[in-house]
Design a protein around this ligand. Structure first.
Ligand code: FE2
Length: 670
């Protein structure tokens, strides 16, 4: 008797997914396995759905996995193949789905499990356990930790993006778009001869013409209003670095602002500094993380980096305004406290030094470390420790897309020995590693969870704080979604404690991401279902929302260089009354530095055409009804939130769009 298994192969529609290789399949079930069978096609086209037959002499029982391999045919080009999934209909009319969603580029045999999510103790067959073990051994070999940089999170062992396993690299489309965007920007600069111009800017006016077409409504707005105190303050709530400001109830000892300095700024009449502090109307940005960091040394210019303290006052009209700036941490005669009542150039110079320090703190701590490098840790741990069939793998893998590739690119093109950051930023080179290590030392689990972070910074009731408003709503939506999925698979705390793969995964993150620092508060193991839910929520939030918040506005706020200079080439003023427009122009970075920086932020703010928004899961790793319904509910709620944010933004002079779910990517991919 011959039994027929109907095998339907779904090939991805992405560019280059077609294969001319001969593909073979083997079905493996609880009662036996089929022969390795050729899928009878000379070409498997991208986007195709084709059904084949696999014949067996007896029933294979319940199907556990499939094996796929492809072989190069003579006289036709070799190449990779990208199958999305395989469905198998058994002679008993049972339908099994095997999610794949990755490139097959070699001639090895690849195993894919049936789509139902299984924890290790759900495996009823030793074959399943063996497949898990085999898969993780392979992954450990492919995704190795690089532990060479002391004090910073470990990263993937690779020598550039091209050496990464195919499955985690950019798609052909993304790769081409990325290269053409940067190519177009460089050509424009070369045509204008700006890239090699080492001179200082002669006027602010000349800076307006770096790029002809690369403007956003907000970048134009910033260019026109950058000197305004309210826009300076606004950016600490709703710009690209909303994670530093905190309410200040007691002045730091090293920031001796007196009532005499600032009381005339309190337009509420009769108020004074201690009153305003008590009432919660005073806010602080403290760049102590940069204190004592020696600015990078390069041949081209002398770099200066300061560690300012900035005090803000919330006016009765709910606008935040800067009221005092001290450019270094130790109070001294030569480190004056600048005030809005000083000469306009002194005050503007002080604000420019703050914005330059903010560039370094934002890019290295808030952006690189707290999103890119942590997302990489989450990705590598996931790949090394959880098999594809594990429910947490299915939940989190879409939030790791392209992260290893973009980080390898950043290590090469931005912070590598010849990278843009290394060559042009005050915090490049050794300063960069020092800032990263300090930032990791002070990172806490609470600061990665927005509800805790907002509470710890005491910012629950600051008006017009859209990063907080949208961020908390997003956190809650992600939490509800994750809760649904996790509680579907883990019915009680014991099941969490008894899942060795899950425990090894969190251990791996603690060890390689947070260098086993207990004081971070990062869990070293999971004891309850709710701990697991919170941690997975944090992972998704960090990889999607938090990255969008600190990444997507880089060009809006950075295109006008004086608003965000990557370095400064004169020391901070040591007494008042020594500044002018000329000293400011001598302090700001020269032309070639400016245009290199702008090219980078232009590229890093671009959305690729294969962008996947938060909550969209085009790769159906989950095949079961409940998690798929939870995904749909999540997406629907995100759509509603997007509408609310759009409505809110219509009434704002500066719309806050970075946490609109439609513009948040599922993963750190840029
Ligand atoms: Fe980024």
């Amino acid at each position: 008797m011959v039994l027929h298994y109907k095998v339907t192969v779904y090939t991805s529609n992405r560019v280059c997914a077609t294969t001319l290789n001969s593909v073979h399949i083997k079905l493996v079930g609880t009662d036996g396995e089929s022969d390795r069978t050729w899928l009878n096609s000379l070409v498997i086209f991208r986007g195709s759905v084709t059904t084949y037959t696999v014949c067996c002499s007896k029933s294979l029982g319940k199907l556990i996995l499939i094996e796929l391999d492809k072989r190069h045919r003579h006289f036709v080009p070799d190449g990779s193949w990208f199958p999305d999934k395989v469905e198998v209909k058994s002679p008993e009319e049972d339908v099994y789905t095997f999610p794949i969603h990755c490139w097959i580029s070699d001639k090895a045999t690849h195993r894919y499990r049936e789509g139902k999510a299984l924890r290790i103790f759900d495996e009823s067959n030793s074959l399943g356990e063996y497949a898990r073990h085999l898969e993780l051994s392979q992954r450990k070999a492919n995704f190795r930790w690089n532990e060479k940089s002391p004090g910073v999170p470990n990263c993937i062992e690779a020598d550039g993006p091209c050496t990464l396993p195919h499955e985690v690299r950019f798609s052909f489309t993304k790769d081409i778009e990325f290269k053409s965007t940067i190519g177009a920007a460089i050509i424009e600069l070369e045509l204008k001869g700006l890239e090699c111009k080492k001179k200082n800017w002669k006027s602010f006016d000349k800076m307006k013409h770096v790029f002809c077409n690369k403007h956003t409504p907000l970048s134009d707005y910033v260019q026109q209003n950058w000197k305004e105190d309210w826009l300076f303050a606004y950016q600490f709530l709703n710009g690209v670095h909303p994670t530093l400001i905190q309410r200040c109830k007691t002045l730091p000892e090293n920031f001796p602002v007196t009532d005499a300095m600032v009381s005339k700024l309190f337009i509420s009449g009769g108020s004074n500094l201690s009153n305003e502090l008590k009432q919660g109307n005073i806010y602080l940005c403290d760049y102590k993380n940069l204190d004592g960091v020696p600015a990078h040394i390069t041949e081209q210019i002398h770099h200066y980096l300061t560690a300012p303290l900035v005090l803000f006052h919330k006016r009765p009209n709910n606008k935040l305004m800067p009221i005092a700036i001290q450019l270094n941490q130790i109070p001294a005669k030569k480190n004056p406290i600048f005030l809005p009542t000083d000469s306009p150039y002194d005050w503007l110079t002080a604000k420019i030094f703050v914005k330059s320090a903010d560039f370094s703190e934002h890019q290295l701590n808030a952006h690189l470390l707290r999103t890119h490098l942590l997302a990489e840790v989450f990705a590598v741990s996931l790949l090394r420790k959880l098999p594809m069939v594990h429910p947490l793998y299915k939940l989190l893998i879409p939030h790791t897309r392209y992260t290893l590739h973009i980080n390898e690119l950043a290590r090469k093109e931005l912070i590598g020995p010849t990278g843009i950051f290394t060559r042009f930023a005050a915090s490049g080179g050794k300063a960069l590693m020092m800032i990263l290590a300090r930032s990791l030392s002070s990172i806490t689990y609470r600061s990665l969870c927005i509800p805790d972070d907002i509470a710890d910074r005491d910012l629950q009731d600051v008006p017009n704080f859209y990063y907080r408003d949208d961020g908390l709503k997003l956190w809650n939506l992600i939490y509800t979604f994750v809760q649904g999925v996790v509680q579907h698979y883990y019915k009680n705390d014991d099941e969490v404690q008894l899942d060795p793969e899950l425990q090894t995964w969190i251990c791996n993150i603690f060890e390689h991401g947070f260098l086993s620092k207990k004081e971070t508060g990062i869990p070293q193991s999971f004891t309850t279902v709710s701990e697991l839910i919170k941690f997975a929520t944090m992972v998704i939030f960090t990889c999607s929302c938090q990255h969008a918040a600190v990444n997507n506005g880089q060009y809006d706020y950075g295109a006008w260089m004086p608003n965000s200079p990557m370095t400064l080439q004169r020391p901070p003023p040591t007494k008042k009354g020594t500044t002018s427009e000329a000293t400011i122009l001598q302090t700001l970075p020269p032309v070639n530095f400016t245009v290199q920086g702008l090219t980078a932020v232009w590229l890093l703010s671009r959305q690729s055409s294969d962008f996947v928004p938060l909550g969209h899961y085009p790769e159906d790793h989950f095949t079961e009804k409940i998690p798929r319904q939870l995904q749909k509910d999540f997406k629907d709620k995100l759509d509603d939130l997007s509408k609310q944010i759009n409505m809110r933004n219509k009434g704002l002079e500066i719309p806050y769009t970075y946490l609109d779910p439609k513009s948040i990517e599922n993963s750190v991919a840029i």
